[in-house]
Write a new protein. Structure first.
Length: 470
C-alpha cells in the first residue's frame, strides 16, 4: 500500500495514540518499541504472531492478531506497513475517521526527530552494518537509539530508545523511505539494481541513492564502500557536490583500507590503515569478506564521530550477528543449520561464499525461496547461477508479498538456471517438503543453509527436528 509522506512529519510525542498496522514486521515493530519506551500509547495488529511481538507485549503494547476496524480504538495516528493491502479494514476505518495516516518511513522519521541520525543504506548489508555500528557505539560508551531490520543477538532486540542524541537507523531504499530521514551522516554499503518494481529502471534506482546523499547534513559526512562500483560512483558524485566523504575497502584508493584479510571458518580478521598509519587489527566473529567490509564501514563512521579505534574494534569484535543474517539455528547429528535473509543474487553469492568457508571439508546443502514475483522475473536466472556454488540445491516456489501471483513466474525459473557441476537440484512445493528434502540430503559434516526473505526461515528448525528423529 502506498501512503504518502506528509509535508511535515510531527515529532512522535505529538502523534497522540498510535496504532501500527503490520506491527509484527521488523520495521514497524522497531518504531512501536521506541514509541512505547518513550511513554507513548501504542497498539497494533498483524496477521502473524511474529518473533517481535512478545517483547512489545512486555512493554504493555496491545498486539492484535488479524485486522479489524475495532482494533483502532481511540487512536489518533496510524503507522502503516508497505505490505498492507488496499482493502485493509483498519486503514479504511482510519480514512473514514480522517485520522492521521503515516507510512513506515514517516513513522520512523517521527521517532528520529531531534536526533543526529546515522543512516545505513545500500542494496545489501544494511541490517548487518546497522547492527555492527550500534554494537561499536555501545562499546565506545555511547547510548544511541537504534532501529535494525533484525534482532541483535547482543541485546535480543531490534530497537531501543537510547539516552544519547545519536540514532542509528537502517535506511530502506525499496520504497524510497530513505529519502525522508535527513541524516547527519550515512553509510552506503553498495548500490546494485534491486526493487525495480518500484523504481522501474536501474538508472532510476541509482538516482535515488544520489538523492539520498543530497539529504545528508552539509556539516555531516558519507561513508562509502568503494570496492563496490555503484558506491564508488556515488562517493565521487557526493564529493563533487561538496559533501565530506570517507571511503573504505580493499582498494588502494580507500581512505580507510583493509589489508591482510583472513577468512577462517566462522571468524574473519584484517588490518586497517589510514594512509601510512596502521590503525590496528580487526577481528570479527562473523564469516565472509562482505561482512568485513560492513564492519570497516561502521568503524569509519565511529572514527569520524571522534570515537577511539580500540573501543570501536572491541564492539565490532563482539558482534555475533542479527537474526536471519547467517544465523546458526542449531546442530544435530554433525550437521549445522544456518538461516539467511539473502534474496538477491549478490547476497546469495556472498552467503554461499561464507557458508563454504564455514563448511570446511563438508558440503554446502542450500535451500532457496525466491522472494517477490517482480524480483524473480528480473533476477531468477541470476539467482540460479549463484546457487551453483552449493553442492546440493533445493528450490521452493516464489514467496508472494505485496504482489499478485504470476503463473509464468515460479521457482522453476531459478531451479532451471542452476548450473553444473551441481548434480542435485530439487524443486519442491511447500516448507515441509523442503525440510524433508534437506534432511534426506544432509550427512555428517555438511552445512545446511536456508536462503530467502520469506517464510523459509521456518525450515531450519524442522530440519533439525527431522535429523534428531523428532
Amino acid at each position: 500500500m502506498r501512503i504518502p509522506v506528509p509535508d511535515e512529519v510531527l515529532p512522535a510525542a505529538e502523534l497522540g495514540r498510535v496504532h501500527c498496522v503490520g506491527i509484527g514486521g521488523a520495521g514497524i515493530s522497531a518504531i512501536a518499541r521506541i514509541m512505547a519506551q518513550r511513554g507513548l500509547t501504542v497498539t497494533g495488529s498483524d496477521d502473524h504472531d511474529t518473533p517481535f511481538l512478545p517483547a512489545l507485549r512486555e512493554l504493555g503494547v496491545t498486539c492484535h492478531l488479524g485486522y479489524d476496524a475495532a482494533h483502532l480504538g481511540d487512536a489518533d495516528t496510524l503507522v502503516v506497513t508497505t505490505a498492507a493491502r488496499e482493502d485493509n479494514p483498519e486503514v479504511l476505518e482510519a480514512r473514514r475517521r480522517d485520522l492521521r495516516i503515516l507510512p513506515r518511513s514517516a513513522g520512523l522519521a517521527a521517532v528520529m526527530t531531534g536526533s543526529r541520525v546515522l543512516a545505513v543504506a545500500g542494496t545489501h548489508g544494511k541490517t548487518t552494518t546497522t547492527g555492527l555500528l550500534t554494537s561499536a557505539l555501545l562499546a565506545a560508551g555511547v547510548d544511541p537509539s537504534y532501529a535494525v531490520g533484525g534482532v541483535l543477538t547482543a541485546t535480543g532486540r531490534n530497537a531501543d530508545a537510547g539516552a544519547d542524541d545519536l540514532f542509528v537507523a537502517e535506511a530502506d531504499e525499496s520504497d524510497g523511505a530513505f529519502l525522508h530521514y535527513r541524516p547527519h551522516a550515512a553509510i552506503v554499503t553498495n548500490v546494485e539494481a534491486d526493487h525495480l518494481d518500484n523504481w522501474g529502471t536501474e538508472e532510476a534506482y541509482h538516482r535515488a541513492f544520489e538523492d539520498f546523499a543530497d539529504t545528508i547534513d552539509r556539516d555531516g559526512f558519507l561513508v562509502c564502500v568503494v570496492d563496490d562500483p555503484g558506491a564508488a560512483r556515488l562517493a565521487g558524485l557526493a564529493r563533487d557536490r561538496g559533501l565530506d566523504v570517507v571511503t573504505v575497502g580493499e582498494s588502494a584508493t580507500a581512505d580507510l583500507r583493509i589489508h591482510d584479510l583472513t577468512l577462517d571458518g566462522s571468524t574473519s580478521s584484517c588490518r586497517v590503515s589510514r594512509g601510512d598509519d596502521d590503525l590496528g587489527e580487526l577481528r570479527l566473529r562473523i564469516p565472509g569478506r562482505h561482512y568485513v567490509l560492513d564492519a570497516v564501514a561502521a568503524l569509519a563512521t565511529g572514527l569520524r564521530l571522534g570515537l577511539p579505534y580500540d573501543a570501536l574494534a572491541v564492539g565490532l569484535g563482539g558482534f555475533t550477528g542479527t537474526g536471519r543474517r547467517m544465523e546458526l539455528k542449531g546442530e544435530v547429528a554433525g550437521v549445522r543449520v544456518y538461516d539467511s535473509y539473502a534474496h538477491h543474487p549478490v547476497e546469495i553469492r556472498g552467503d554461499l561464499e561464507a557458508a563454504r568457508a564455514l563448511a570446511g571439508d563438508g558440503r554446502v546443502v542450500a535451500a532457496f525461496q525466491p522472494h517477490l514475483v517482480s524480483r524473480t522475473r528480473i533476477f531468477g536466472e541470476a539467482m540460479g547461477r549463484e546457487l551453483g556454488a552449493a553442492d546440493e540445491v533445493v528450490v521452493l516456489d516464489v514467496y508472494v508479498a505485496r504482489e499478485d501471483p504470476d503463473p509464468e513466474v515460479t521457482g522453476l525459473l531459478v531451479a532451471d538456471a542452476v548450473p553444473l557441476p551441481v548434480q542435485h537440484v530439487t524443486y519442491v512445493d511447500g516448507l515441509g517438503a523442503a525440510a524433508q528434502a534437506l534432511a534426506e540430503r544432509a550427512r555428517p559434516g555438511d552445512l545446511v543453509i536456508t536462503l530467502g526473505a520469506g517464510d523459509i526461515t521456518g525450515v531450519g528448525p524442522r530440519v533439525l527436528d527431522l535429523l534428531g528423529g523428532d
